[in-house]
Design a protein around this ligand. Structure first.
Ligand code: KG4
Ligand code: ZN
Length: 325
């Protein structure tokens, strides 16, 4: 089964064709990062206008790269939320128009579920139950997954998401946008010598990252940060320490077979390395290009929904504050 995936929840216009939920036939992304960089973050109105310009060319490129015709597709999977309403609308309406024109089923996909399904791409084999750590610009969730579409959210952030914290720390250190890759890059030249607090929230699998960010700000204001590189390395160390410790604790408690990493922050090398090195069970990590927003993960998730008969009608609408469960 070949599925066309469409993703427009934030600032990437993406389309991909994936076969049987794993084999990538094409993966196209039109990034708006340079457009938003001058504002230091995503401007929703600018993002939706840019999606309108990019969506048709990107879908055409994905179909051409895959070398498939509309009649060879089994369905169109599209992100319905969570995300920016105006951005989501562009993808959902494109998907519905194509579905209507070619008599194909449309499958609404939760963006967070899509991030998890990036782990199915390229044929990695998954053994349930698993614990998923989803760390993106808007979410830091620890989820127990017992089967396809079967989730229990066991922990989430009480304030900033991990990616949001990286973005804010980068702003404090004047490293620019997007913050995660900038912090990671700067940290390579530094040492984690600055003591920053960790919010362990004992007895809970929740996260909190606003304290570590404020602590960094206070130290920068007091000129107590030896160098930008050391500040970046220390911040990255503090965030990764909490993410890894809490994920491993939950994995042991729940006796899961694997740990899955997902979301933009999963592209972080230190996070990937620490989890892999310290986990008693196998850790699956998507390739960095499938950690950040892409449409292949949406197509992969759409395949499993279609297989279980969960398609939508042409009344499908966006749900900007959609939850995983
Ligand atoms: O999943 P994603 O592409 O979009 C959302 O759904 O939010 O995640 C974007 C977030 C941003 O906050 C970005 O700074 C962070 O992921 N990020 C990283 C890295 N690459 C992206 N954070 C840490 N290290 C990275 N290498
Ligand atoms: Zn995302």
């Amino acid at each position: 089964m070949k599925i066309l995936g469409i993703e427009t929840s934030c600032d990437e216009t993406a389309a991909a064709v994936v076969e049987d939920g794993a084999r990538i036939l094409s993966n196209q992304i039109a990034s708006q990062v340079e457009i938003h960089a001058r504002y230091g973050g995503v401007v929703p109105e600018v993002a939706s206008r840019q999606h309108i310009l990019s969506i048709i060319p990107i879908i055409k490129q994905a179909m051409a790269e895959a070398g498939v015709s509309w009649s060879e597709l089994s369905g169109i999977a599209v992100t319905v939320g969570p995300g920016l309403a105006g951005s989501l609308l562009v993808g959902v309406n494109a998907a519905k128009a194509i579905a209507l024109a070619h008599g194909l089923p449309v499958i609404g996909v939760n963006h967070l579920e899509g991030h998890i399904y990036a782990n199915w791409l390229d044929g990695q084999s998954i053994d349930f139950p698993v614990v998923c750590l989803i760390v993106s610009g808007g979410h830091s969730d620890l989820v127990l997954m017992r089967g396809h579409g079967d989730y229990v959210v066991l922990g989430r952030t009480r304030d900033d998401a991990a990616g949001e914290a990286f973005d804010k720390a980068a702003r404090i250190l004047e490293l620019g946008y997007p913050g995660g890759p900038a912090i990671e890059q700067a940290a390579r030249g530094g040492v984690a010598t600055i003591q920053l607090p960790r919010a362990w929230l004992k007895g809970s699998s929740d996260f909190s990252f606003s304290g570590v960010k404020t602590a960094l700000l206070r130290l920068v204001e007091a000129e107590k940060v030896s160098s930008v590189a050391d500040g970046a390395a220390s911040f990255q160390e503090a965030v990764v320490d909490v993410l890894v410790t809490k994920t491993l604790t939950l994995a042991k408690e729940r006796r899961v077979r694997q740990i899955l990493l997902a979301g933009g922050v999963a592209a972080n090398e230190l996070l990937r390395k620490r989890l892999v090195e310290n986990s008693p069970v196998p850790v699956l990590v998507p390739k960095p290009v499938f950690c950040t927003d892409n449409a292949a993960m949406i197509a992969a998730c759409g395949y499993y929904r279609l297989k279980s008969g969960k398609t939508n009608g042409l009344d499908l609408d966006v749900v900007p504050s959609l939850k995983l469960v």
